[in-house]
Design a protein around this ligand. Structure first.
Ligand SMILES: Nc1ncnc2c1ncn2[C@@H]1O[C@H](COP(=O)(O)OP(=O)(O)OP(=O)(O)O)[C@@H](O)[C@H]1O
Ligand SMILES: [Mg+2]
Length: 372
């Protein structure tokens, strides 16, 4: 992997009035990578992208592109291009003129313009559409024109804000693969925004998960899924079972025991967790097991409620004494306990993720006045 940093967002904060929409953001985008900003609506993805593009200024902090600070530089002075969700094509211009527009502004010689436009239209599979107008294209075709228009400028970085949001599911899936292929082929750095976790997992080399203006975690799709560092990341990406409790035994060579409202559980030993600390445990449904007998290190129990058949997988819900539910998954054909039966949920200690709980500020405060 190329380690050259192409966009460096360093300690960036953004306020709109009193509204703190991006908070101490640090993000290094590597040359040639496909990096996605992922998070729910209003978490600050577009704002972050617009600051990189130059449409908004950070309230504080610094953004560098190719090693140079870009503060005070207008969007067209940065070697980046943006593709918006709304396409923003010029309706009165042909497809050729739409794509050629930026090259003409940049005073590229006429003959070069013709070659570059036709090359890029071929790349996005729109050769033959030069003389049409945007109103004569489908949504997916318009989207490809918008992408061609940005790519024809040979940007160092292409910024894309939910570019597939307006397309139906089938076309969106197809365009996801096409875009990813195009990005690989051209080797251009993509910073991509979406709130769709599946889209992010499919396309990205790395994902930056944002929550309330804070970058919660930056990692490969696998790292984000297998080793979420916050409760938000664990619940936002895929399905999971969340347990909240308190560390009641730490044996760094053997195990960590956590007391939950419904009993004790065991997780693999790891550094950095203290006796008495509040923690969150995330266990994916495919990793959660149930036994008809209590297992060593676990004292959870519950009643099997029902099964949901989803093709090759069966999802099963178990109700715990405090009426919380946990879910596990099995392959069709596996032997299963019956609804109404009492079962003992457990997991292999390595099959769960232990997460520091934000409530630990309270623990630290109590500790400092020696109440724990
Ligand atoms: N120009 C603006 N003036 C004031 N507040 C704004 C402005 N633009 C965005 N905000 C606020 O900043 C916050 C972050 O908005 P942003 O558009 O970055 O979210 P987003 O993550 O892109 O969400 P979505 O997925 O809905 O597009 C929101 O609370 C929004 O209301
Ligand atoms: Mg947005």
């Amino acid at each position: 992997m190329n380690e050259k940093i192409i966009v460096d967002v360093s300690h960036v904060d953004k306020y709109y009035g009193d509204n703190h929409v991006v908070s101490d953001m640090n993000l290094k985008v590597r040359e040639g990578e496909f990096l996605t900003l992922l998070g729910s609506s209003g978490c600050g993805k577009t704002t972050t992208l617009r600051m990189i593009a130059g449409f908004e200024d950070p309230t504080s902090g610094e953004i560098c592109i190719e090693g140079n600070p870009v503060a005070g530089k207008a969007p067209f002075e940065r070697n980046v291009n943006t593709v918006f969700q709304s396409y923003a094509l010029f309706p009165h211009m042909t497809i050729f003129d739409n794509v050629a527009y930026g090259l003409r502004i940049a005073k590229v010689p006429k003959a070069d313009i013709a070659t570059r436009v036709s090359d890029i239209l071929e790349l996005v599979q729109l050769e033959g559409f030069e003389r049409r107008y945007p109103a004569q294209l489908s949504g997916g075709q318009k989207q490809r024109v918008a992408i061609a228009r940005a790519l024809v400028m040979h940007p160092t970085v292409l910024l894309l804000d939910e570019p597939l949001g307006a397309l139906d599911l089938k076309l969106r899936k197809q365009m996801q693969l096409e875009l990813k292929r195009l990005q690989r082929k051209l080797g251009i750095t993509f910073v991509y925004v979406t709130h769709d976790q599946e889209e992010a997992m499919t396309m990205s080399d790395r994902i930056a998960v944002m929550h309330d203006g804070v970058l919660d975690q930056l990692g490969t799709p696998e790292e984000i899924y297998e080793r979420p560092q916050t409760k938000f990341v664990a619940t936002f990406i895929g399905e999971t079972n969340i347990f909240e409790g308190c560390v009641n035994e730490v044996d760094t060579t053997k195990r960590i025991s956590v007391g939950l409202e419904n009993g004790n559980v065991t997780v693999a030993p790891q550094e950095g967790f203290r006796f008495g600390e509040f923690v969150t445990i995330s266990v994916r449904p495919e990793k959660l097991r149930v036994s008809l007998e209590p297992r060593e290190g676990f004292s959870l129990y519950g009643v099997v409620r029902d099964y949901i058949y989803v093709g090759s997988v069966i999802k099963c819900n178990v109700v715990l004494p405090n009426s919380n539910e946990v879910r596990f998954e099995r392959l069709a054909g596996d032997e299963l306990p019956k609804p109404g039966e009492v079962v003992f949920p457990y997991w292999e200690p390595d099959d769960c993720v232990l997460i520091h709980n934000r409530d630990n500020e309270l623990y630290t405060a109590l500790e400092s006045i020696r109440l724990v």
